[in-house]
Design a protein around this ligand. Structure first.
Ligand code: DC
Length: 221
């Protein structure tokens, strides 16, 4: 296949990251996680303790947060340093990220950075608005979904992904709350594009999902 972009969108904990990483292995493309970009900006915003949008915009725009190709992987550097996964995945950042990512100046600041990844090679990019906004002309577009309960169970099974003392009910509620914020924001809401292929992973194991997607890609290539 000639140079390609594969867009993978879907709600929180739908399994997009795991699927995208596996697909990258299978196709030899670079895996690009856009949630990490929004999480890094969120961490910057939280650390700045700035609460008004005008000053926050200035501060965020002064930060060098971008993708870089290092050791054959596309990773994010923040002012030259690798980001710390446990910091950007803390429950404080996870909760604030939905709110910070609603801001127009944040989405604008990050849009070109995501688009520029295309120049680095074949990419599998996952997020919320990849097929609708970032790469509306992507070669393949998939929308990965699963029931809130299954997503909550998967999240609980991952270490350090939920606050201490979480219950299935509290994680379902947090997931539904994030879905609602992500789907109802004014700019670039979470939704499948008209030409996205929906994959419901509620009753599928990872291997089945990968095979299903690979069959679609190979059929069309
Ligand atoms: O995929 P994730 O849970 O790591 O994403 C963290 C937050 O970033 C999520 O609340 C929505 C936001 N996000 C977004 O608005 N657009 C993207 N392309 C990726 C993430």
């Amino acid at each position: 296949m000639s140079k390609f972009v594969i867009a993978l969108d879907g709600p929180a904990a739908s399994g997009k990251s795991t699927i995208a990483a596996k697909l990258a292995d299978r196709t030899g493309a670079f895996y690009v996680n856009t949630g990490e970009l929004y999480r890094t900006v969120t961490l910057a915003a939280l650390r700045s303790t700035i609460h008004n949008d005008a000053d926050l915009k200035k501060y965020i725009e002064s930060q060098d947060i971008d993708y870089h190709l290092i050791d054959d992987r596309i990773i994010i550097l923040w002012n030259g340093d690798k980001i710390n996964q446990s910091e950007i995945r803390s429950s404080e950042v996870t909760e604030a990220a939905s709110t910070i990512s609603q801001k127009g100046f944040v989405r604008k600041f990050l849009l070109e950075k995501q688009r520029n990844c295309q120049s680095l090679g074949n990419i599998i990019m996952e997020g919320r608005d990849i097929a609708t906004v970032v790469f509306p002309n992507a070669d393949f577009k998939f929308f990965i979904d699963a029931s809130a309960e299954v997503r909550a169970r998967r999240r609980l099974a991952q270490e350090n992904e939920t606050p201490d003392n979480s219950t299935l009910e509290s994680v379902i509620e947090a997931i539904k709350n994030r879905d609602s914020i992500d789907m109802n924001r004014k700019i670039a809401p979470l939704r499948p594009s008209e030409d996205s292929i929906r994959i419901d992973t509620t009753d599928l194991c990872l291997e089945d999902v990968i095979n299903k997607i690979m069959n679609i890609i190979e059929d069309k290539s």
